[in-house]
Ligand binder design. Structure first.
Ligand code: SAM
Length: 188
């Protein structure tokens, strides 16, 4: 087996192990600000519904994991999507899942730090990060997103200085997730 194939196999096995673990404990790529933990598919659907995603939207997921939010936005709502993920193995896996879902022409996955990405063409931003990450991201979101853009976050809010426009609870198995929606206000 060539060195290239061996390295691809190693990445594949690491991503697979991570994908299996992610439902429970999660696992982290070096340099990641938060570990890889998946949003359950029922919660993904409710996040996209709450954001009222349509075929006119460009949906970004910052820290996109296996790409499930972006892929669902393209597959179920006809949107275009961009996933930003620091782990290149997860980016490769997301591209594979997008190909299987038949949405490769409408989605892009990029291995980048989410703080370095220009968000000006996003109309919807999805987050499943942490409370601290949301607070760090808040000024960037308010600066770069157009008024009227929507932000949906799984489980973490943005603190008392920016209360959500709407909050819903989603049950999955025996657990409950909170989903928060903000609409970017007019620039002052
Ligand atoms: C909790 S997971 C969420 C995955 C996916 N959005 C979901 O909801 O299923 C967070 C993801 O963010 C990625 N991540 C952490 N820090 C990052 C950073 N600075 N830039 C880009 N991705 C990052 C992690 O590798 C992980 O895959």
């Amino acid at each position: 087996m060539s060195a290239r194939r061996r390295s691809k196999l190693r990445v594949g096995l690491a991503v697979l192990a991570c994908a299996v673990l992610a439902g429970a404990a999660g696992c982290s790529y070096p340099g990641a600000d938060v570990p890889y933990v998946q949003t359950p598919t029922d919660v993904v659907a409710e996040m996209l519904r709450l954001a009222q995603v349509t075929a006119n939207d460009v949906v970004y997921d910052l820290g996109s994991g296996d790409g499930r939010i972006v892929i669902a936005a393209a597959r179920d709502f006809g949107a275009r999507g961009v996933g930003i993920e620091i782990d290149p193995g997860l980016v490769a896996y997301s591209n594979e899942l997008a190909r299987k879902a038949g949405v490769s022409d409408r989605v892009t996955f990029r291995s980048e730090d989410l703080f370095d990405v220009n968000l000006s063409d996003a109309t919807v931003v999805a987050l499943y990060l942490s409370y601290d990450m949301n607070l760090r991201l808040r000024p960037k979101l308010l600066r770069e997103l157009q008024p009227g853009s929507r932000i949906v976050s799984h489980d973490f809010d943005m603190g008392a200085d920016w209360l959500p426009n709407q909050t819903i609870q989603v049950m999955w198995r025996d657990r409950k997730s909170n989903v928060f929606l903000w609409v970017v206000p007019p620039k002052s």
